[in-house]
Design a protein. Structure first.
Length: 268
């Protein structure tokens, strides 16, 4: 298997759409959550981060989004060549829950982020309509969240995320609360959107299958304090179908390798 060194850093770290961590540690009071993590993500890469609960995966995303105070951080973190700040327009952040506004329709929710960023109404509405079609919600534009299933709500959230003209997408277990069949469907929807637009994606998940089937690389973190124990290049061809990969021996070999690295990270 083609594993990178745990402290690798991309030479593209200064470019728009890149993410670069250099020896980052995060302390919340006396609790060391992340310890000496270095990682580079090149523009257009899809990189997943896996690891046990509490190892700092979401903490790294929150830091990249500028949501953590600087006094809890050591090391450097560049997002598009600049330090992370709150409100960075190069970033769109999709959470585990859809966080839809119940008083807004699916279409209004899909265009909310672009509305906040000042995109003119005709432009943002056309973009939201196109994305709702892409995620399989054509005909549900006027439906309110209470009338949508959880899977449909996540499709709206996915459309809202892609409606932002942001080169970097941070995604924190966006499909973690869904049933297996719906998850597979939305993974393929996400891959289709990503393969068309080639955004940079940093994707946190507990699902190794999800990580291997979608990513260019899978970064494996240890138990807290989180350290990078492996950076596994996923050599499966593109374009991919998540469902079709379930029958691919190469996929299962990579899955087994990532699982082994995760087990090694759990060892004291």
């Amino acid at each position: 298997m083609n594993d990178r060194a745990p402290h690798s850093m991309s030479v593209t770290s200064g470019r728009r759409g890149s993410v670069a961590l250099a020896r980052v540690s995060v302390n919340f009071g006396q609790l060391l959550v992340v310890d000496d993590v270095s990682l580079g993500v090149a523009p257009g890469e899809f990189v997943s981060i896996v690891g046990p609960s509490g190892c700092g995966k979401t903490t790294l995303l929150n830091f990249a989004a500028g949501l953590l105070p600087s006094d809890v951080i050591r090391g450097s973190y560049l997002v598009g060549g600049a330090p992370p700040v709150s409100g960075n327009r190069d970033i769109a952040y999709m959470l585990a829950r859809d966080a839809l506004c119940p008083w807004r329709t699916a279409l209004e929710n899909a265009e909310l982020g672009a509305e906040i960023r000042g995109v003119p109404p005709p432009e943002r509405r056309q973009r939201a309509l196109e994305l709702l079609d892409k995620v399989g919600l054509k005909g549900f534009e006027d439906a309110y969240p209470k009338a949508l299933s959880q899977g449909m709500r996540q499709r709206v959230a996915l459309a809202r995320t892609f409606s932002l003209d942001a080169p970097i997408l941070l995604m924190d277990e966006p499909f973690g609360a869904l049933d297996a069949q719906t998850k597979l469907q939305l993974e393929d929807v996400l891959l289709s959107l990503w393969q068309r637009e080639q955004r940079t994606v940093v994707f946190v998940t507990h699902d190794l299958s999800e990580a291997v089937s979608m990513s260019d690389r899978v970064v494996v973190m240890s138990a807290r304090p989180g350290r990078v124990v492996a950076d596994v290049r996923i050599t499966l061809g593109r374009p991919r179908s998540v469902r079709a990969l379930q029958k691919d021996p190469a996929y299962h070999e990579l899955y087994s390798h990532v699982w082994t690295k995760l087990e090694e990270g759990l060892s004291p």
